[in-house]
Design a protein around this ligand. Structure first.
Ligand SMILES: Cc1cc2nc3c(=O)[nH]c(=O)nc-3n(C[C@H](O)[C@H](O)[C@H](O)COP(=O)(O)OP(=O)(O)OC[C@H]3O[C@@H](n4cnc5c(N)ncnc54)[C@H](O)[C@@H]3O)c2cc1C
Length: 308
């Protein structure tokens, strides 16, 4: 099994480590400045410098290069979801979208909106995307074995007459910054989370405003989603979304295990709570013992005046 990981601007997509781990730590990175994108990848890593993301053209070139790889797994990140089906079509293989488990013998995919899991016998060769956050990976400092891929993608390949010319890509007119309030939680690098320590629904408007200022997505505990102050798709935890941000700012969250078990491994956790001893404060790199409502208001005011 091989994890195929599209890289933009030397940055691994969400779910890259999980896809690699699912494939026994055998990965192929393709994209821009891939050599700088290794992150916590371990095992066998092949690198293919291929410039900007061109899923149609890449799929055509990869179909030749990966013809002898029976199982190719991509993270179900936005770019993985673009490249995966194109590659499956170019390889003329079955495609499993959003699997939660992949092996050479079975593929497990959710059905009925995630209410049931279906285990299917794996065909001899196929392409799949693996949902982000379904298995988690302990970050490792082990050094991977990095080798250049045995093939390359050049501009000539994607020009008329080139190897990837058969599948034209969309022309990029503009790249817009994501709206923090709507960015998929599972893919957010920064998250501001709110819990029952926030006094009313209006505080969640403030939380969204703070998220927008910090480029962070908004999450909440189940207490809050049950109150209807924010949608259930914003709930973090075992019965919500599993996330893995670099930075998590928790406002008035106690840190119940059903919440924290969905948090992944944030590099930094900041917690604001009146209870210095609650689990969320114990998890935090920076624990602020204060009224979360007041801190939120004050933070926004500081950011408005530019003093923050
Ligand atoms: C089967 C099951 C599944 C569950 N799944 C999930 C899940 O997916 N996600 C999830 O989040 N929960 C889940 N829960 C609920 C979970 O057990 C907790 O009840 C919930 O996470 C607690 O949310 P909370 O931290 O907002 O509230 P609380 O636990 O009530 O904590 C509120 C916190 O706010 C602090 N506080 C109070 N006033 C202030 C103030 N003025 N300023 C600052 N801090 C203040 C308090 O000290 C406290 O730490 C699940 C429970 C069950 C039984």
């Amino acid at each position: 099994m091989l994890a195929l990981i599209p890289v933009r601007d030397a940055t691994l997509p969400a779910g890259a480590l999980e896809a690699a781990a699912e494939c026994g730590d055998r990965s192929l990175l393709i994209g821009e400045r891939v050599g700088e994108a290794l992150g916590h990848l371990v095992g066998e890593v092949h690198c293919c410098e291929a410039g900007r993301f061109r899923p149609g053209a890449w799929a055509e070139v990869l179909a030749h290069a990966l013809a002898d790889e029976p199982v190719v797994v991509l993270p179900a990140s936005p770019d993985g979801r673009d490249l995966g089906p194109r590659l499956a079509a170019a390889l003329d293989r079955p495609f499993f979208a959003g699997a939660v488990q992949v092996s050479t013998t079975t593929v497990v995919v959710p059905r009925d909106g995630g209410r049931s899991m279906h285990t299917m016998a794996a065909p001899a060769s196929f392409v799949a995307t693996l949902q982000v956050g379904v298995r988690g990976v302990e970050p490792s400092d082990a050094v991977p074995t990095v080798t250049p891929a045995a093939f390359s993608v050049t501009d000539a390949d994607v020009e008329p007459g080139g190897a990837g010319a058969g599948c034209p890509d969309a022309r990029v007119v503009a790249v817009l910054a994501p709206d923090a309030a709507t960015v998929d939680l599972a893919e957010a690098g920064r998250i501001v989370g709110g819990g029952a320590g926030l006094h009313d629904a209006a505080q969640f408007d403030q939380l969204a405003a703070l998220g927008a200022r910090l480029g962070a997505s908004v999450g909440a505990t189940r207490v809050i989603t049950d109150r209807g102050w924010i949608g259930h798709e914003r709930q973090i935890g075992t019965t919500g979304v599993v996330v893995d941000p670099d930075l998590y700012l928790a406002f008035g969250i106690s840190g119940a295990v059903q919440h924290t078990s969905g948090l992944g491994h944030p590099d930094h956790v900041v917690s604001v709570n009146t209870d210095a001893h609650c689990p969320m404060m114990q998890l935090a790199d920076l624990a602020v013992v204060a009224d979360a409502n007041e801190v939120l208001t004050e933070l926004l005011a500081l950011l408005e005046t530019g003093d923050g």
